[in-house]
Write a protein that binds this ligand. Structure first.
Ligand code: ZN
Length: 328
């Protein structure tokens, strides 16, 4: 290879890497970001694990979809004073200024320029910077606002536990509102967050991404094994498969449905187009077609399976409902 060609390759490589570069989402000194005990904010239990992603709460019965990062700075009143920073280049998709709700005041960014496009979410903020507007392009490191402790009024966060709840993940459906409004339990309750509602977001563990300093969601999704699979009959391709071609296999055009592999926590990690006549395809709707019995216990705790372990649970039913609705 000529010298100029290798320089050109290097420039291209650097451009590609730059797009995936991922920074720490708070203004904490880098020296504190290396050891878990230096940067996490555990629950009142004090257990470090409770600040991490996974079935880390209430003796493994409650899922925590992100990582909780403690403040490094405080104001005179003792409130957290850290700046919340955009973890990567992206676009502002949603701002929630309401102080009442599970995420409190939060910001959602979308990172479209990736093999697997993804969101980052910054919750429990004290305030959002006035310069941050929906539709604005942001660069990695830009200040989005200030760390805080806003949350649901029924479950307040004390001053001593102020933190950033940080999430990274995939968007389930571009048509979430229609599914939301059709649910009996949502009658009379308006969805204020559009597609950026927590139920329509499926997180991955942010820690390996923060540690690597780059976001390779494809690698992250594929690293987590399949725990079960469903087959869905549908005339139209669910928009998830269109948004994430890197996670799909087979011929989408003319497919009669899809085989969807899920991780233990409900992330649809691999999609395979099923032609008419495939033995897995149900006559209508969807069905559970495969199960890794070694993951049965965590699937039950995550409610991917019913308490008896032989039927789809609440989480899987919701995930499949949201995905199937986008194919109507
Ligand atoms: Zn959290």
């Amino acid at each position: 290879m000529s010298r100029s060609a290798s320089v050109a390759c290097l420039v291209l490589l650097c451009t590609a890497l730059r797009a995936a570069e991922f920074g720490w989402p708070t203004s904490m000194e880098p020296a504190f970001t290396r050891r878990l005990e230096d940067f996490v904010q555990p629950t009142v239990s004090g257990r470090i694990e409770s600040a991490l992603f996974g079935m880390t709460r209430e003796n493994g019965r409650r899922f925590h979809e992100g990582v909780d990062i403690r403040p490094a700075f405080h104001d005179r009143m003792g409130e957290a004073a850290d700046a919340i920073l955009a973890a990567a280049d992206g676009e502002v998709m949603h701002l929630n200024h309401w102080t009442n709700g599970p995420y409190g005041i939060f910001v959602v960014l979308w990172h479209a320029d990736a093999k697997v496009p993804h969101y980052t979410l910054y919750a429990h903020m004290a305030r959002i910077s006035p310069a941050i507007r929906v539709g604005a392009k942001v660069q990695r490191g830009l200040t989005l606002g200030t760390m805080g402790r806003t949350a649901d009024r029924s479950d307040p966060i004390p001053q001593s536990r102020a933190h950033l709840h940080f999430e990274v993940g995939l968007l389930l459906s571009g048509n979430f509102n229609r599914w939301h409004d059709a649910q009996a339990q949502n009658r009379g309750s308006k969805n204020h967050h559009g597609v950026w509602n927590g139920q329509n977001l499926i997180g991955v563990d942010p820690l390996p991404i923060l540690r690597a300093g780059r976001a390779d969601l494809f690698e992250e999704v594929r690293r987590t094994p399949a725990a079960l699979a469903c087959a869905l009959r549908c005339a139209k391709t669910p928009d998830f498969a269109l948004r994430y071609p890197a996670l799909t296999e087979g011929e989408a055009a003319g497919a009669a449905g899809w085989k969807i592999e899920f991780t233990w926590h409900g992330l649809p990690r691999r999609w395979t187009a099923l032609p008419e006549g495939s033995p897995e395809l149900p006559k209508s709707g969807w069905s559970l077609i495969a199960l890794d019995r070694s993951q049965r216990d965590v699937l039950i705790r995550r409610k991917m399976l019913s308490a008896t372990g032989d039927r789809p649970g609440e989480t899987l039913t919701r995930q499949m409902g949201i995905l199937a609705d986008s194919a109507r």
